[in-house]
Design a protein around this ligand. Structure first.
Ligand SMILES: [Zn+2]
Length: 227
């Protein structure tokens, strides 16, 4: 917080709790200096954080006079929570010029991202899926092949109604082999690409035949497929 933000916070606190009001100008200046010092590493606002709201909640909840630590402690807890949720995969769009082979550059960018999260300038990256580089492009290619005719958020909401499609999306996102990418080799089935395996009564099976799963895995991990 800048001294200006700190003064504004203190004025707000005094308005909410008149007991905090000081008639003595020198004492008020001392207290402001103390608050400024103790809250210098606490932002006024940040992602998911508002110092004024924290102070307000404290005054609303407790009968004790607020101290700078009643603002700084929640901030450090919030910061720790954000860092715990930040998994360290950074947004590629934020680092368009980064060479994937530049390990040092990667570390610096990662540290910068962590710093941005810690200071509340950036929301934590909480997803663990592949989101950057050639692997991400491959995921996008597979999803495009499956047809993204509904937005991803809607597709996720529909997951329960479209289990087969949801499963294919999941495999694509995880970079795992998809049995439906190959024709089923099982002689009594022979389901074509994109078609579910069928049982003896030609009804769709929930799971692909084991030989089809094996074939898809073989194709997926075969050396000639290696990128
Ligand atoms: Zn089959």
């Amino acid at each position: 917080m800048t001294p200006r933000e700190c003064a504004a916070l203190l004025a707000y606190v005094v308005r909410l709790d008149p007991r905090m009001s000081l008639d003595d100008q020198a004492a008020a200046a001392d207290r402001l200096a103390q608050w400024c010092d103790l809250l210098s590493d606490v932002p006024a606002t940040a992602h998911g954080w508002d110092a004024a709201k924290t102070a307000r909640d404290y005054i609303a909840r407790t009968p004790y006079r607020i101290q700078p630590s009643d603002v700084s402690r929640p901030w450090h807890a919030h910061k720790a929570d954000m860092l715990a949720r930040h998994v360290g995969t950074f947004e590629p769009t934020a680092h368009p010029n980064l060479d994937p082979d530049d390990i040092r550059g990667y570390r610096v960018a990662l540290a910068a991202d962590r710093h941005a999260v810690a200071t509340g300038q950036q929301a934590p990256t909480t997803h663990r899926a592949i989101t950057a580089g050639p692997a991400a492009a491959e995921v996008e290619r597979r999803l495009a092949q499956l047809g993204t005719y509904v937005p991803r958020s809607v597709a996720q909401a529909l997951t329960g109604y479209r289990p087969r499609r949801a499963e294919r999306d999941r495999l694509a996102v995880e970079g795992a082999p998809d049995p439906l990418d190959v024709t089923c080799p099982y002689e009594h089935c022979r389901a074509g690409r994109g078609e579910p395996c069928r049982n003896n009564r030609r009804k769709p099976r929930a799971k692909a035949h084991p030989t089809r799963v094996d074939l898809a895995a073989e194709r997926h991990y075969a050396p000639e497929n290696a990128r």
